[in-house]
Design a protein around this ligand. Structure first.
Ligand code: FES
Length: 490
């Protein structure tokens, strides 16, 4: 009778029942009536999103720890085939390994379904359940774009788990991270195989996790340090007050830092978002001095061979690290400008923009964290505070897992950005396999800012004599076949 009708069940019970359904059934239920439509939009039903998995018929909606992370067999097969054709267009291809027309049409329909699902999710689902979403797994998606990721991140401020393994996204996917603390809950970020990712993404990530000034301040900081390197003279300016020139003595580690910063700034200014191919062609005339070290030379030559095979570039890149650019004539002294960092007692320039590296204008905050008194110089204490090392800041960055495996454009400058703002105090898993441009210097700096790092889950190139060399795990990409590795093809 009527007393047994499902519509008479209490909301809690109905919700419990809906929790057992897969995403497709939930969508069907939402078309039954307005009450069910409302129930189906309950945030707790959509905490963990797997659109790529759902497009192939999967129904899993639980936490990501239990999901199968391995690529689908078809994906690996098609990738290997693609790679073989790319390496040698005249090579004989084993036709038995290539999918036939039936498989092709099946793959096309999966791709179309995935694209439709992603679009529907972004347009219809995320706007109503956004704050409840914790995990978004887009690994091995062939249709996700940078714009889609940007929309997902903008709509899901409480995301803790983001998996973009082996997707075609670029740095622009993380544009919304340029605002301070935009993803402060992020615990797991997997960018394995995202070959277009560069230092820009790591810089944005560092800002998004909090503990850093907004990007404008960071850019100014980097620009400032790069200017110090390029120009020995004080830039003229009507409002600048001349002060007696002093000599700024640099120790090698400081110089390394500044040179990297200059390189980072130059790349950012001249070629934000460009592909590695473009960068390499322009810089091809400069060969990396890392070759002078026997050990590094081995790595660089092999890395170059990977790049040559895959991207048709010489792989000669200018590393710009002081420690390995022994032939460089970089000055060891620079005339000091009045607003040298960490110089207490210097007056500030009225009307100058404020940054942690430059004394501020009267009445303006001297950093995002520490306002100063009008007319007072920035103190080294306030700068330390800005760097997130003050009390109460150490636990603000919950990132526990970071994989950049195969992101070969990442350099020491990107790692440095992560070590800013208090470092990554919770990071346990760090995968830098196949990061061909990273050196021992960058690794040591980052590791020193990651006290919770578990060596068993710390992966980097076998040819780097880096931190925790005896206990850290080696490169994971040796046998991979589709991710960057300086030893691929050996
Ligand atoms: Fe050097 Fe894999 S990147 S061994």
């Amino acid at each position: 009778g009527d007393s047994a009708h499902i519509s008479l069940l209490p909301t809690e019970t109905l919700l419990r029942l809906l929790g057992y359904l897969g995403p497709a059934d939930l969508c069907r239920c939402s078309q039954v009536c307005s009450r069910w439509a409302q129930l189906a939009r309950t945030g707790s039903l959509w905490r963990h999103l797997y659109p790529v998995h759902w497009a192939t018929g999967g129904e899993y909606r639980g936490p990501p720890d239990e999901v199968d992370q391995e690529p689908h067999e078809d994906w690996v097969k098609s990738r290997r085939h693609e790679d073989r054709v790319f390496r040698d267009e005249d090579a004989d291809v084993d036709e038995s390994d290539v999918s036939g027309p039936v498989e092709d049409s099946r793959a096309i329909s999966v791709v179309q379904r995935e694209k439709k699902l992603l679009k529907g999710m972004i347009q219809n689902l995320l706007p109503v359940v956004s704050s409840s979403v914790r995990s978004v797994v887009l690994a091995y998606s062939s249709t996700v774009s940078s714009k889609m990721v940007r929309q997902v991140l903008a709509l899901c401020p409480n995301i803790t788990h983001l998996d973009l393994t082996q997707t075609d996204i670029t740095d622009s996917a993380f544009d919304c991270w340029s605002s301070l603390g935009s993803s402060p809950s992020l615990e797991h970020l997997d960018l394995s195989g995202c070959e277009k990712i560069s230092d820009q993404t790591l810089k944005k990530l560092s800002v998004a996790l909090g503990g850093l000034p907004p990007s404008t301040h960071l850019d100014r900081l980097l620009g400032r340090r790069a200017r110090l390197l390029r120009s020995p003279a004080l830039p003229p300016g009507p409002k600048r007050r001349r002060v007696p020139a002093r000599v700024w003595l640099l120790d090698p580690s400081e110089l390394t830092d500044i040179e990297d910063t200059a390189e980072w700034s130059r790349r950012g200014a001249e070629g934000r978002g460009r592909s590695f191919r473009a960068l390499s062609l322009e810089e091809g005339s400069s060969s990396c001095c890392c070759r002078r070290s026997k050990r590094r030379g081995h790595r660089t030559a092999l890395g170059a061979s990977f790049l040559q095979r895959r991207y048709g570039t010489a792989g000669d890149t200018l590393c710009d690290h002081y420690s390995c650019c022994s032939g460089d004539t970089a000055p060891r002294t620079e005339p000091c400008s009045p607003c040298e960092p960490f110089s207490p007692g210097e007056s500030c320039f009225h009307g100058e923009p404020c940054s942690p590296w430059e004394p501020c204008s009267p009445g303006e905050p001297c950093s995002p964290w520490e306002p100063c008194s009008p007319g007072e110089p920035c103190s080294p204490d306030s700068q330390r505070s800005w760097q997130g090392r003050g009390p109460g800041r150490s636990n603000r960055r919950p990132l526990r897992f970071l994989s950049l495996s195969g992101c070969y454009q990442v350099t020491d400058a990107g790692l440095r950005a992560l070590s800013q703002g208090g470092g990554l105090p919770s990071l346990e898993h760090l995968n830098l396999s196949g990061c061909l441009l990273v050196t021992e210097v960058g690794l040591r700096e980052l590791v020193s800012a990651c006290p919770a790092l578990n060596d068993e889950h710390f992966y980097y190139c076998d040819n780097i004599d880096g931190p925790h060399a005896d206990t850290a795990s080696g490169c994971q990409n040796l046998q991979c076949g589709f991710r960057a590795c300086c030893r691929s093809g050996e």
